[in-house]
Design a protein around this ligand. Structure first.
Ligand SMILES: CC1=C(CCC(=O)O)c2cc3nc(cc4[nH]c(cc5[nH]c(cc1n2)c(C)c5CCC(=O)O)c(CCC(=O)O)c4C)C(CCC(=O)O)=C3C
Ligand SMILES: [Fe+2]
Length: 342
């Protein structure tokens, strides 16, 4: 295999999560440092983790993805060493970057485990990269962050496959009346409006909201029939006085039940894997809401290690090494004001 230029390593950057009860609070302190999150919300979220023995599934999901990517790179002749660093828990990004420097790595292509444009999913990753590089100093490796990949077929097709499977799992007599709820992490309205650059005509929820609407449509286009669908939000934090993106998934399930809708399929299209926000907020909380209302409920899997999603990683590497054209399904204008190319 010939070594590729201009990159000499691949890096997965993720959120990180605790892997034991004693790690929960320090992890939450890392996440919320300098953010405007009420103490009660923090205690509540801590309980979500304790319910699972203090173990977030996200780190294991990163290991699984990296194992699949390692195999795929070998099959595709991509000869790059693979590294992993998190923003909020071990292995920490700063430590990984320092290890890369010691290994002689100069130019890094990094993939974030978030697909969309907004401060929290994009800019914050860039800021953390800058901070980690600054701590190392002059010989810090250079890092390019792969573009938002929400509109790559390798992100959309797994969601479509998983939505079909969830529809199939509904009771047959309710399936025809099912509503699809595409669920993403809520963010403060002000943060959403800044995404994509202010005044760029993306609508109230900024580029993030426009991209979420587009991916929902792309997924529905790939189903055997046109189910009614909408975008909802989950996992809101922040003080109640601060407006965040709405409607909340639970509120919508209650309203739809009152309207007589017999079933919902929740598609977590705002996420890359079934981490804690999916396992608790959807599989426990939203499911309970549905059960209380007597509305049938299924949740589609997130992309995870779907072969098309793993193949997307190879595709993105080739896009950045100039060995492949960008693959994009979206017709939404590219966002402005973040670093995305195009
Ligand atoms: C857009 C978005 C994504 C998706 C894209 C991406 O992945 O980037 C995401 C992912 C995740 N969020 C996660 C966990 C948390 N997020 C929090 C807080 C916040 N998230 C926000 C946004 C997002 N978050 C925001 C605006 C806040 C408020 C604080 C702030 O303004 O920055 C808090 C603090 C407590 C709380 O308030 O809930 C926790 C614990 C985990 C790990 C799950 C696990 O452990 O398995 C993951 C993958
Ligand atoms: Fe979050």
């Amino acid at each position: 295999m010939k070594p590729m230029r201009p990159y000499d390593a691949f890096l997965l950057i993720s959120f990180g999560g605790p892997e034991g009860e004693d790690e929960v609070i320090p992890f939450l302190e890392n996440v919320t440092r300098g953010r405007n999150i009420p103490r009660e919300r923090l205690a509540e979220v801590g309980e979500h983790y304790f319910l699972f023995g203090g173990v977030s599934p996200i780190n294991q999901q990163c290991r699984d993805l990296l194992a699949a990517v390692t195999e795929k790179f070998a099959a595709d002749g991509i000869d790059l060493p693979i590294y992993w660093g998190n923003r909020f828990w071990a292995p920490m990004l700063a430590d990984t970057l320092e290890q890369m420097r010691r290994d002689g790595v100069r130019r890094v292509l990094a993939l974030p485990t978030s697909a969309y444009c907004n401060w929290s999913s994009r800019t914050a990753y860039l800021e953390d990269i800058d901070r980690a590089r600054a701590a190392i100093g002059e010989d810090a490796p250079e890092v390019d962050l792969v573009r938002p990949f929400y509109d790559h077929p390798g992100f959309v097709e797994p969601l479509a496959d998983h939505t079909r499977a969830a529809l199939d799992a509904l009771p047959a007599d309710r399936r025809g009346g099912a509503r699809l709820l595409f669920s993403a992490h809520s963010i403060p309205l002000a943060m959403a409006r800044e995404s994509g650059g202010p005044g760029q005509g993306f609508g109230d929820a900024g580029a993030y909201g426009a991209q979420l609407a587009e991916v929902a449509r792309l997924v529905v286009d790939r189903l055997d029939r046109e189910y009614p669908f909408e975008v909802v939000y989950q996992s809101r934090s922040g003080p109640p006085s601060q407006p965040w993106l709405e409607p909340d998934v639970n509120d919508r399930i209650e309203e739809l039940a009152r309207e007589g809708v017999p079933a919902v399929v929740v598609v977590p299209h705002g996420f890359v894997s079934d981490h804690m926000e999916v396992k608790f907020d959807l599989d426990i909380e939203a499911r309970q809401t549905a059960e209380k209302q007597g509305i049938a409920y299924e949740r589609a899997l997130s992309p995870g290690t779907h072969p098309a999603f793993v193949a997307m990683v190879s595709d993105l590497v080739r896009e950045y090494t100039g060995d492949g054209a960008p693959r994009r399904l979206s017709t939404v204008p590219r966002c402005i004001g973040c670093d995305c190319p195009g």
